[in-house]
Ligand binder design. Structure first.
Ligand code: ATP
Ligand code: ATP
Ligand code: MG
Ligand code: MG
Lengths: 263, 263
């Protein structure tokens, strides 16, 4: 029932959190039951959804380390139909806390699977996992737990360069921990039509990767409203529904649902 | 003799690599002997200085894991007076490779100290360490090895939020692994005068932090030339000397040297 998608890219600042929050909100806006798992010690997805540090009583750390059931950690957000498992600094301690457990890479997978069995048809339609900017144990855990990956790709030179490392890591996880893993799609982000670099990166991505991996038609433009919204603890769709950033994430949600149906 | 500065911030995409490369180049341009240590598995500082994957024969991984002397790993770059210890993907394996060593956090410190003793007055004036976007063992190693820290702070909401985590980590390292560690300064980056968020973040940073930590007067503007230059394997100062990004890093270099003399 629940489709589990990890939002990954080890390159920093490419729009992982912004995509998790706004794509999640857009999917909830069209009636899907959505959960975001904040799996980054920075806790940005929690902040961006208005769940402050004081409200993060049970976090994704507790779910993987203490095996707290997922539904006990999930909290409502200001978006109807969108819930969150908060993240916070203690996530930085996951690697050490699980060092003794040979099956540590399966902790999140097991938590989500047991939730899926308990919830059945009433469960979330889509679970998005917001990952940190590294290929460390948290990201490996998320890749192992996922049906598929969403890869935000900033339209910048360094971001393109990092993609081959990411694709190699996906192959490693696919050959061992999670044989069914694939890439649902690459999402071009922070596209700035004022500068030629964006167009060049888009063209190179579609030429070099287009045959191997799906690249969404929807491109997320650079839009200041997307970076202002987190300061108000709201997704851009609630902060400014009409801005180009919100519209792009609404289009992305519908393209994703099309693709999910087709798969 | 050599002053060791780590460029750190666990928030991704805030300008750590861009600052390491362009500040390093500007310091070399005014006659300092500079080394950049690429300590990020993404290897962006190496790419941005035109040192391709094929030229990364000995990397910072070899310096910390196999104790290869620093001067054997350092390579010349296209910038006179600026050398590089390349970084590459195998850095992701440092944590596992050193797991058995109780003194693993001191590996980079020991490598740089033994270099300083061997080189004496002929050594580098400044060593910049470009860190990955995490507070994991590589960043802890770099903080332990450093005299002081440079903290690029992107003028965005999430970047401000991450600062308190960073300051707490610095205190932890200072209370144990490196009692002399301090923050040399915070560098405001990607300042976009077209959007009010930049001004708000600058104002909040100077108000909230100004008393505790030095914040450079020089602010790095958002400037597309800074993001185009890495595609040509050149620092912005060689790609376009006259652009606002290059001029800001030249000013930053002179402000840093002033501060270093004053300290
Ligand atoms: N399309 C966009 N237009 C303008 N600003 C954006 C856009 N997408 C993201 N941002 C801003 O850019 C910064 C980086 O985005 P975000 O934090 O979502 O990236 P991330 O990949 O999650 O970063 P990290 O690697 O630190 O987890 C944030 O300040 C965010 O508000
Ligand atoms: N002042 C600036 N103006 C415009 N673009 C910039 C500026 N500084 C950096 N960039 C671009 O923004 C992106 C992020 O910068 P950079 O890679 O230096 O950050 P980082 O902190 O090193 O990222 P990571 O966390 O992945 O190591 C890069 O594509 C870079 O070219
Ligand atoms: Mg994020
Ligand atoms: Mg970097």
């Amino acid at each position: 029932k629940s489709r589990i998608l990890a939002v990954v890219n080890q390159k920093g600042g490419v729009g992982k959190t912004t995509t998790s929050i706004n794509l999640g909100t857009a999917l909830a806006a069209v009636g899907r039951k959505v959960l975001i798992v904040d799996f980054d010690a920075q806790g940005n997805a929690s902040t961006g959804l208005g769940v402050g540090v004081r409200d993060r009583k049970i976090t994704s750390y507790d779910v993987v380390v203490d095996k707290v059931p997922l539904e006990d950690a999930a909290v409502k957000t200001l978006v109807p139909g969108l819930e969150l498992v908060p993240g916070d600094e203690n996530l930085a301690g996951v690697e050490t806390a699980l060092a003794h457990d040979p099956k540590r890479s399966f902790r999140l997978r097991d938590a989500l699977r047991s939730y899926r069995e308990r919830a059945g048809a009433d469960g979330y339609d889509i679970i998005l996992i917001d990952c940190p900017p590294s290929l460390s144990s948290l990201t490996i855990n998320a890749m192992t737990a996922s049906d598929s990956l969403l890869v935000p790709l900033q339209c910048e030179f360094y971001a393109m360069e990092g993609l081959s490392q990411l694709l190699r890591t996906v192959q490693i996880v696919k050959s061992g921990l999670n044989p069914d893993l694939d890439i649902q799609g690459i999402i071009l982000t922070m596209f700035d039509k004022r500068n030629k670099l964006s167009g060049e990166v888009e063209q190179e991505a579609r030429e070099k990767l287009g045959g191997k991996v799906y690249i969404y038609d929807t491109v997320i433009p650079r839009n200041v409203k997307l970076s202002e919204a987190p300061g108000y603890g709201k997704p851009a769709l609630l902060y400014d529904y009409k801005c180009s950033g919100s519209e792009a994430y609404i289009r992305l949600a519908s393209e994703l649902l099309h693709r999910e149906r087709a798969l």
